[in-house]
Ligand binder design. Structure first.
Ligand code: GLU
Length: 445
């Protein structure tokens, strides 16, 4: 295979959410794994709904995720190319003017349904004479333009779904240009894919039907249709469609929750595939493991709980260098390698480390049960003098055991609660070294 060229083509009418990030990621991993090129195309032909802020948001999110692009362009810069392609189709008799209003089309469809017929456009536009067209224009109507489908069976070997066939005879000729002259997505996408030399169109399965018409457009414009891969959509953990909240779960929100890009990518790359959903070391590793053949046909179940547990797994082994800037943002004192290495296994996110900052470097409220008062007083007396070291804890607890006869949980838990204010957390002995003798003594009352 020659090096593939793929594209991710979001519309800047909103921010990226988990669904379209998955499409971006699959494109990226495929390109990376095959030494190909990943292009970012901004589908902003809908000039009214597209905004510069959304476009920037998309670029920022992809950058945050590590999904870098080799080239990027916007559809709004390419209207001249779309006009030329439309002219070409007109000359071939494959793009024809239609004058029906939305209400007229609606009435037609209702009538067809009432007669038990499929609501397919009746192609009245194809038979209009020049006089009839002139009469419509004189009424003030402007034409919209439809692509004339062949009526044949369009077949392709989808890299995810296997052999696909779309009977174009059962479809309405798609509108390519609206009456106000604006382009729907169908034609510009084909023109761009041809001009950019796209070898593989990889997108969600909601585009399968579009592919029938688009393959005919590719051929009409003289290009060969790219390979196609349509991935099953994401659904919620219960198998129902993604809830509105999850469906629009944006990268900004996940970032705020302390979710790591690699946790998102590991989950979205493996969901609905034959590989285990596990955290991976890097995007490169995900790319090496990527194969279309591993993607199943069933909808992929997206569960936020999986994301959280992958994120925790990633956090537990995260290097200090990776966490440092965010630890510093919590508290300059937290930007310490010793501290991070000690607490990370108790953190679901880097920001969770904040819980342990007062234990190590500040003030906490010690928890001392009434029945442990005397024990804690004894502990305070036996706390070794001098600097707290790696041996202090074992020396201290051995002495305490000998003195009080306590052992196991009865010995350790009261110390943990008094020194850290918590029942669970990192090793108390190691925390003791960090907090130092004066803080420890104060907590032991
Ligand atoms: N802008 C289109 C979408 O977001 C692109 C579809 C495609 O990849 O062809 O659905």
């Amino acid at each position: 295979m020659t090096n593939p060229i793929v594209r991710f083509a979001p519309s800047p009418t909103g921010y990226l959410h988990v669904g379209n990030v998955r499409t971006a990621l699959i494109n990226w991993l495929f390109a990376k794994g095959q030494g190909g090129t990943f292009i970012l195309r901004i589908d902003d032909t809908d000039l009214e709904r597209s905004t510069a802020a959304y476009e920037q948001g998309i670029r920022d999110d992809l950058t945050w995720l590590g999904l870098s692009w080799g080239d990027t362009f916007k559809q709004s810069e390419r209207f001249a190319q779309y006009d030329a392609a439309a002219d070409k189709l007109r000359d071939m008799g494959l793009l024809y003017a239609c004058y029906e209003t939305a209400e007229e089309l609606d009435r037609q469809r209702k009538l067809q349904r009432a007669r038990g017929k499929p609501p397919i456009y009746n192609r009245a536009g194809l038979d209009l004479t020049d006089e009839e067209k002139a009469a419509y224009e004189a009424e003030g109507r402007k034409p919209h333009w439809r692509f004339k489908l062949s009526g044949e069976r369009v077949v392709w070997n989808d890299l995810v779904r296997g052999e696909q066939a779309i009977e174009t005879g059962s479809l309405s000729d798609p509108v390519l240009i609206r009456a106000d002259g604006s382009y729907l997505y169908t034609l510009p996408s084909c023109v761009d894919d041809i001009d950019a030399g796209i070898t593989h169109v990889v997108r969600g399965e909601d585009h399968v039907t579009n592919s029938g018409a688009q393959i005919e457009i590719f051929k009409a414009l003289g290009g060969r249709a790219p390979e196609m891969a349509h991935t099953p959509l994401l659904v919620g953990a219960d198998g129902a469609s993604l809830s509105k909240r999850l469906g629009s779960l944006g990268m900004g929100e996940l970032r705020k929750q302390g979710i790591e890009p690699l946790a998102i990518c590991s989950l979205l790359a493996k969901l609905g595939t034959s590989d285990n959903v596990e955290i991976r070391e890097s995007l490169d590793q995900l790319a090496e493991e990527f194969e279309f053949a591993k993607i199943g046909r069933a909808p992929a179940r997206f569960d936020e709980a999986d994301l959280k547990s992958l994120n925790a797994a990633l956090t537990h082994t995260m290097s200090f260098e990776q966490a440092e800037a965010r630890l510093a943002a919590i508290d300059p004192k937290a930007a310490s390698e010793t501290f991070w290495t000690l607490v990370r296994e108790n953190c679901q996110t880097v920001e969770d480390a904040a819980r342990f900052v007062p234990v190590a470097f500040g003030e906490i409220t010690p928890v001392i049960e009434d029945e442990d008062r005397d024990f804690i007083t004894a502990a305070a007396k036996l706390l070794p003098e001098g600097e707290m070291t790696a041996d202090t804890w074992s020396d201290w607890t051995a002495a305490l055991k000998a003195e009080t006869g306590r052992k196991g949980k009865g010995l350790f838990m009261p110390l943990r609660k008094a020194l850290t204010g918590m029942e669970r957390g990192p090793s108390v002995g190691d925390m003791l070294v960090l907090m130092g003798r004066a803080r420890a003594l104060k907590r032991l009352g």
